[in-house]
Structure formats: structure tokens, C-alpha cells
Design a protein around this ligand. Structure first.
Ligand code: ADP
Length: 649
């Protein structure tokens, strides 16, 4: 049937888009031609047949074969045909491992279907829902699907269909799990990729990567370059250096367009990776090149056509979860063989390519693990799977009762798309008369770092930051920044002059509104302590402690900090705003680098700890350490004070 122009019979092609009744644009037809060349299109009929006859199916196909962009549209076509007469309400959802991928792919698919993003095609990621009542195809992160599944029992419906798609998955395992579901294979169309290794290990992979880019640009035939680096700062640094070095070579070489790609880049900038390489400067002159410098997003989540050269230094920032300190962190670590293979494959999408591995062949064979551990083994599950695993922690937070069931408090906490600690802090904040401020702090902690520190203006940036500084803690500094930003009405030049990232603050504002709505739904009061009261900041610090009492460090007499109970040596991160070294601090993050740092810290008092979290600071259940002795004294003092006040009465 000719439905929604996803039909490939050119003869009877409709000129009107039945999604919105508008005539198709020329661009629609142009893209359609390209789409039809994608491998999954060759098996479209087969796919539709298998889908019709089965509830679950498994589809394996190389990255770039059209799984993410095309298959959901095929499914839409199938349900449309079926439900045309039955007027069923339906939705096609497609999960994505990352926020960037969900945003970028949904935009692309909206374009392919010639509809406006957020209408028929939308996306939903934490803190941002770009969909409407009209939406029939939604791209969403795994986390968001879990969240929907928590409140939406529809997943039990017999007409639910599931298509499991991947480039790398072990199909038999999934077939076994889904009672022998059928497997469809989409043959890849990968061209050969020649692999080069370095002779000696590289001392500095960033420098080596830049050098390799320049060499390719000088000596190799036309074709775009993809470089894998680990994070925003490194990527921006590389972009600057490459642009500069190529610029210095003058018109001996073709022009380059260097584009960064990482998750916190604004969506409009992310789209730049799909733009074509620049044309030669003069007619017949050396060809231009696009150079994409990316995190491992470009490894599997996003496919960029036209890449002929891949540079793989062999590292990625990967999530690791340290159950000892119960903190999740991102660590630069060696990739697996499977990742290296994926990366090199990116060079052979449109023609034979080359991959330059900046490590030795020996190291590839002997040092790299065969597979990357599944993310679920490296993640902190507490936030999505409240009832699993961290029973003890959730017990301490009061989210579970002794039978392991969710308490009323736990139920409310689970409605916040946040870590349980932060959820707890928000839920109890009205009791400390500071829910407005805790909302702002939570929002600020949920967005990327708002402080900008450009290389050429570090001193000025530090001075600007110091003006917001609060001597009792970084959380309070964040609150100051947020307040100042609001007072200046989201003013761009104010942000610029004060070295704060306007985008981060805008999204904090947005997050805050969403969290406030959840608060309202549970009748949690929005309130503040009088700013002139000496309790204003004290109440805020106490409320934070009520959520984060498991992330506390104690200053030892030797001058370093030990995390409470697990006794890990940590240092205050140099970015902190404190003017002193407090005896007790709560921290938001544990950063593992050359030294172990705790980042975003605030001064709290021992007296509050024994008041607010005695169940966790139960000394019968506490390792021998300095902190324990201090706490013992505090408990004794608390007993004495209580007795005295009884006697007075
Ligand atoms: P898979 O899911 O199998 O890895 P995709 O469906 O993501 O494959 O990609 C199919 C094709 O769509 C690729 O050639 C890719 O380059 C292209 N594509 C995806 N997003 C965009 C975009 N925003 N702009 C242009 N092309 C895109």
C-alpha cells in the first residue's frame, strides 16, 4: 500500500504528506532517494512480513545500515496499515544509548518524514520532552523508557511488539531469552579498511593524533577524517590546534572544516558533523576536508558518511562505578578490541579507508580486553531501579522499609528523575524551610559545569568566579550564580562578562521548573528562610546533609580527608571556593584522576550529622578511625544537652 510516502513504488507516489496534509518538499524526495540505498531497504518486505508474524524479532546489521532511522519508519508504516480502520492509538518508541543520539536522530527522521520535530516525530530525554499528543514516533533514552514503564502498565499489552536491533549483539543470547524469536540479518556493505599501528607506544596521544591529522591532510587522497578523543576540553583543544596548523600551511593544502562532537555541544552545532567538506579554495586546487573530532559517540551512536580516515588513540572516557565509595565516575581508560574494530569500521562506509591506531600491534593483541563491559555493570543503578541492589542505602535514606518495600517517601523520591540522595534532599527540604533554594541547587547540579574558563582569560575567569564564591561551600556558590543569573534576566552580555555558560544556566532554569512541578504534584511546599536570618544558609546546608549524609568526608589531623565509613583518602578539588578546610564536608562527586578528589563540597557540622543521620552514623557499625572518636564525643555531648534541658524543665 502507498502509505505516507515511505513507499518505494515511484509510479504512484503521493505528493501530499498524509502526516500533516502538506505537499512534500523537494528535500523530502532528495533524501528519499538516498534512504532507499541503505541496506535495510533491500529487506524491507521481509522485515514487514517477519514483524507481522511475530511479537519479537531480532535484527543485526552493521552501523549505518539504517536500523535507527529507517526501521522505526517501516514499523510506523505497518501499524498505520493495520490500524487505519480500527483507529487504534499507537506509538513507536526507539531507545537510544545517549541523549545526543536521541536528539540528533529524531531531528533527522523528522526531516526524512518531512514533518516538524516535536510533532509527529519527537524525542524524550531526561529533563527535556520534545513530543506532543500528535507524536507517533519517539526517540528516547533507555532511562526515559524505564521511567515510562514504571508508570505505564501498557507494556503488558499483547499487541506490544519488540524489535531488538544492534550491530554487535550476541544474537543467540537474545533469541534464547525471547523464546527463539526470529533473527534477521542485514548484510553490511563495508569496504575494506587498512589498519596501521605505531611502531612505538605514543607518549602523548593528543599530540600524536594532531600530527597524524596533519600528515593525512598533506599526503593522502581526498576523504574526511574522524578522530576519537575522550572529552570536551581535549576535543576543543585539538580543534584549535589543527585549524591553526593547517592555516599555517597556507594554500599548499586544501581548506579544512574542523568540527567537534561531544554530548554537551548544543544541538545546532552537533548537526555540523553532517555538513559536506569545504570546496577547494581555487578551481582545480587541492580538495577540502572535513575533520570530525569526537568522543566515542561517533563509534556506534552516530554514523557520519564520507569518512575515509579514522584516527584511534585507543582511549575513551568510560563510566565506572565504584561500589566501595558508591560513586559513579568517568575515567579515561583503554578501549576494548571490539571498540577498536567498530572505530576502524567507520572508515569504510563509502569507500575503502584507512585506520591509524596510535598504539602498537602488540598492545592491541595483548593489552586490550576483547569486549567492553556492558554499561549496566559499570553504572549506578540506584536511580532507575530503586528496588534493586542498594537496599541498604535506600534503607538509610528511608526509601525502603524493613521488608524491602518502598515507603511513602521512597515512592515520592522515585518520581524524581534524580539520584535517590538528591531526591531525598528535595523531599525533606520544606522541613528545613528552604525548598526554593534546594530546588535551585539541585537544578545547578544536574546541568554541565556553568563556569567558563577560557585559556586566554583564566585569571579574569577565576576572579569572576570568586565574586560568586561562598566561603562555606561550592553548592552555595552555585546558588549565588543562579540567583545572580535570574536577577539579570538571562542577559547574554552579563553571562559573557561573568564567565558563566548561559546555556548551562538556561537548562538549569528549565530543570528547576520541572522539578518544581513534581514538588507541586506531591504538595511539597515551596518555601525559603528569610535571607537576613542567620539560619538562611544553615538551613540549606542541613537539608543537603539530610540527602547526602552518605557522601561525607572528615578532615584528619594529618591534614587530608577520609571519606566516612569507607575511609578512602581524598583531596578537596582545586576548583573549590572554601576559604578554610572544614572538619566535615559533604561532596557531590568523587573524581578519580592522578589523585582522588572530591568535587563540589560544602562545610557541614558534626553536630548536625549526629542529629540528622544517627541511623547511618551508628557507632556500633563504624570502623575504628578518627571520625568515630569525634562522633563519640558529639553523641555524648548531645546526651548531656538533652539531660540538662530535661533538668531545667
Ligand atoms: P544504524 O542505526 O544502522 O547505525 P542509522 O539509521 O543511524 O544506521 O543511519 C543511516 C544513515 O543515515 C547513515 O548513512 C547516516 O549517516 C545517516 N544519518 C543519520 N543521521 C543523519 C543526519 N542528522 N544528517 C544526515 N544523515 C544522517
Amino acid at each position: 500500500g502507498a502509505v505516507h510516502g515511505i513507499n518505494n513504488s515511484t509510479g504512484g507516489m503521493s505528493l501530499v504528506n498524509s502526516w500533516n496534509g502538506r505537499p512534500y518538499s523537494q528535500r523530502y524526495f532528495d533524501i528519499l532517494e538516498k534512504r532507499k540505498t541503505l541496506p535495510v531497504w533491500h529487506q524491507k518486505e521481509e522485515f514487514l512480513k517477519v514483524l507481522k508474524e511475530n511479537q519479537t524479532l531480532i535484527l543485526v546489521g552493521e552501523t549505518g545500515s539504517g536500523k535507527t532511522t529507517q526501521i522505526p519508519q517501516f514499523v510506523l508504516e505497518a501499524v498505520e496499515v493495520e490500524s487505519a480502520d480500527r483507529r487504534k492509538k499507537y506509538m513507536v518508541g526507539c531507545t537510544q544509548p545517549r541523549r545526543v543520539a536521541a536528539m540528533s536522530v529524531s531531528r533527522r527522521v523528522a526531516e526524512e518524514m518531512d514533518v516538524t520535530i516535536g510533532e509527529e516525530v519527537g524525542y524524550s530525554i531526561r529533563f527535556e520532552d520534545c513530543s506532543s499528543a500528535k507524536t507517533v514516533l519517539k526517540y528516547l533514552t533507555d532511562g526515559m523508557l524505564l521511567r515510562e514503564a514504571m508508570t505505564d502498565p501498557l507494556l503488558e499489552r499483547p499487541d506490544l511488539k519488540l524489535v531488538v536491533m544492534s550491530a554487535t549483539l550476541e544474537a543467540e543470547k537474545f533469541q534464547g531469552y525471547f523464546f527463539g524469536a526470529p533473527l534477521m540479518k542485514v548484510p553490511g556493505r563495508l569496504h575494506p579498511v587498512e589498519i596501521f599501528y605505531t611502531q612505538e607506544p605514543e607518549r602523548d596521544y593528543l599530540e600524536a593524533a594532531i600530527r597524524t591529522v596533519v600528515q593525512i591532510h598533506m599526503c593522502e587522497p581526498p576523504g574526511d577524517i574522524l578522530v576519537f578523543l575522550t572529552g570536551e576540553e581535549e576535543i576543543e583543544d585539538a580543534c584549535r590546534k589543527i585549524t591553526k596548523e593547517v592555516g599555517n600551511m597556507g594554500d599548499q593544502v586544501g581548506p579544512v572544516k574542523v568540527v567537534p562532537l561531544y554530548s554537551t555541544l548544543p544541538p545546532a552545532m552537533q548537526q555540523k558533523i553532517f555538513e559536506p567538506a569545504p570546496p577547494p579554495l581555487t578551481e582545480g586546487g587541492p580538495a577540502g576536508r572535513k575533520i570530525v573530532i569526537s568522543t566515542n559517540i561517533a563509534e556506534t551512536s552516530l554514523t557520519i558518511d564520507g569518512i575515509v580516515y579514522v584516527i584511534d588513540p585507543g582511549f575513551a572516557k568510560q563510566k565506572v562505578y565504584n561500589p566501595r565509595v558508591r560513586v559513579e565516575s568517568l575515567l579515561v581508560s583503554p578501549i576494548s578490541k571490539a571498540s577498536a574494530h567498530q572505530r576502524s569500521g567507520r572508515a569504510g562506509r563509502t569507500q575503502p579507508g584507512k585506520c591509524f591506531r596510535l598504539y602498537t600491534e602488540k598492545s592491541f593483541n595483548n593489552d586490550l580486553q576483547p569486549q567492553t563491559y556492558p554499561e549496566i555493570l559499570r553504572s549506578n543503578l540506584a536511580n532507575t531501579v530503586l528496588t534493586l541492589k542498594k537496599l541498604e542505602v535506600l534503607n538509610y535514606l528511608g526509601a525502603l522499609d524493613d521488608e524491602g518495600n518502598l515507603t511513602k517517601l521512597g515512592e515520592i523520591m522515585s518520581e524524581f528523575p534524580l539520584d535517590p540522595q538528591m531526591g531525598k534532599m528535595l523531599v525533606v527540604s520544606p522541613e528545613f524551610n528552604c525548598s526554593n533554594e534546594i530546588l535551585s541547587i539541585s537544578a545547578m547540579l544536574s546541568v554541565p559545569n556553568c563556569f567558563v574558563r577560557p585559556r586566554e582569560a583564566q585569571k579574569a575567569a577565576d576572579e569572576a568566579k570568586a565574586r560568586f564564591g561562598h566561603i562555606d561551600g561550592d553548592h552555595l556558590t552555585l546558588l549565588n550564580v543562579y540567583h545572580a543569573y535570574k536577577q539579570n534576566n538571562d542577559d547574554q552580555s552579563w553571562c559573557y562578562e561573568n564567565f558563566v555558560n548561559q546555556r548551562a544556566l538556561k537548562s538549569a532554569d528549565n530543570v528547576r521548573q520541572q522539578l518544581a512541578r513534581i514538588m507541586a504534584r506531591f504538595n511539597l511546599k515551596l518555601c525559603s528562610t528569610d535571607f537576613n536570618s542567620r539560619d538562611y544558609y544553615i538551613n540549606i546546608r542541613k537539608a543537603m546533609l539530610a540527602g547526602y549524609f552518605m557522601q561525607v568526608a572528615h578532615l584528619e589531623r594529618t591534614g587530608h580527608y577520609l571519606t566516612v565509613k569507607d575511609n578512602q583518602v581524598v583531596h578537596l578539588h582545586p576548583s573549590n571556593c572554601l576559604d578554610h578546610k572544614p572538619e566535615w564536608v559533604i561532596y557531590n562527586e568523587y573524581v578519580l584522576t592522578s589523585r582522588n578528589f572530591i568535587r563540589t563540597v560544602t562545610d557541614v557540622r558534626g553536630e548536625w550529622i549526629v542529629d540528622i543521620a544517627p541511623h547511618y552514623y551508628d557507632l556500633d557499625n563504624f570502623p575504628q578511625c578518627e571520625a568515630k572518636r569525634v562522633l563519640e564525643k558529639l553523641y555524648k555531648k548531645r546526651e548531656k544537652d538533652k539531660e540538662e534541658s530535661r533538668n531545667r524543665r
